[in-house]
Design a protein around this ligand. Structure first.
Ligand code: BT5
Length: 279
């Protein structure tokens, strides 16, 4: 928890207090998400917790929120730094009516919703870095981790996990992320109401998820592209088995990154890390 002194120095909001779940849910106007919120003070990972609930039959839209995670994770088992009472660690159970091949669309849909939410709390436009980062002024504010379960024909469920740095002062960030991460309080110099943020996020996700299911991926892909901060930029893409250098063009309808390599040929990247390069 934030020390009282640190709280005083950094703005006016209620950083350091437990989330008031009823404030998130009261009057929440959504059609699919947020009927049930499972709230914990500490878990290993909200994604693992939501997966267990889904395996026991949790319904679409059930949400797990924790104040802290002991083993919060990113992609490829990378750690997600998750100190208590400052940020948001959130996972939602989805049971989408989509074939497994379209699973990446869920990550991209979530990035659009999350960027919309973030944009309503800060004065600068957030940028999406393919596939799952929200960056502001070149630093990482949030990440998305989707994990699905099912067979090759049908997805049984998808766990959509989101971590966002909210009232997290740089002084409390560990060395490993301090130079590359940011938070809402660092950007605005004010603590925000975490309840207001979560509420808005649930509504934005509900809206974008509904659009994906009803209108398909194309309209969301257009909005994703509008927030994509790397179109035409020179990037290095690190995959598990190789590295590509080229210019980012955008995404295709499966959510793969399209890169024009140094020979002028277009390459599709389905999984990897994008690192911006100087032109
Ligand atoms: C991600 O992975 O960005 C996905 C992060 C998803 C976290 C949420 S929290 C709720 C839910 N439950 C979970 O267990 N996970 C999800 P990736 O692209 O692999 O980025 C991971 C990298 O981000 C790390 O290697 C660090 O460099 C950096 N990082 C770790 N913690 C961070 C933080 N709090 N803020 C900014 N960057 C961080």
């Amino acid at each position: 928890m934030l020390a009282p002194d640190a709280d005083k120095k950094k703005g006016t909001g209620p950083a350091g207090l437990p989330l008031q779940v009823h404030q998130i849910q009261d009057g929440l106007a959504t059609s699919r998400l947020g009927n049930k919120i499972h709230y914990f003070s500490a878990v290993d990972s909200t994604n693992s917790c939501a997966r267990q609930l889904a395996e026991r039959g949790a319904e679409e839209g059930e949400i797990v929120i924790a104040e802290s995670q002991n083993h919060g994770r990113g992609r490829l088992g990378r750690p997600w730094v998750s100190p208590p009472y400052l940020n948001l660690y959130f996972s939602v159970v989805l049971r989408p009516n989509l074939p497994p091949i379209d699973a990446p669309q869920i990550t991209l849909m979530a990035a659009v919703a999350l960027a919309d939410t973030v944009a309503s709390f800060i004065p600068v436009a957030p940028v999406i870095k393919w596939p799952n980062d929200i960056l502001v002024r070149g630093r990482k504010l949030a990440g998305v981790l989707t994990e699905s379960s099912g067979d090759s024909v049908r997805m049984e469920f998808v766990i959509l996990g989101i971590g966002v740095n909210l009232n997290y002062p740089r002084s409390l960030m560990p060395e490993a992320i301090r130079q590359r991460a940011t938070s809402i309080v660092e950007l605005t110099q004010k603590n925000i109401s975490r309840e207001a943020f979560v509420r808005r996020l649930i509504q934005d996700l509900d809206r974008c998820y509904g659009e994906l299911e009803e209108g398909g991926f194309d309209p969301l892909a257009t909005r994703w592209e509008a927030r994509f901060g790397f179109r035409g930029k020179k990037v290095r893409v690190e995959m598990t088995d190789r590295v590509l250098i080229g210019r980012a063009k955008g995404i295709d309808r499966d959510g793969a990154l399209i890169l024009e390599d140094e020979m002028g040929e277009c390459q599709r990247v389905v999984a990897g890390d994008v690192i911006p390069l100087e032109d």
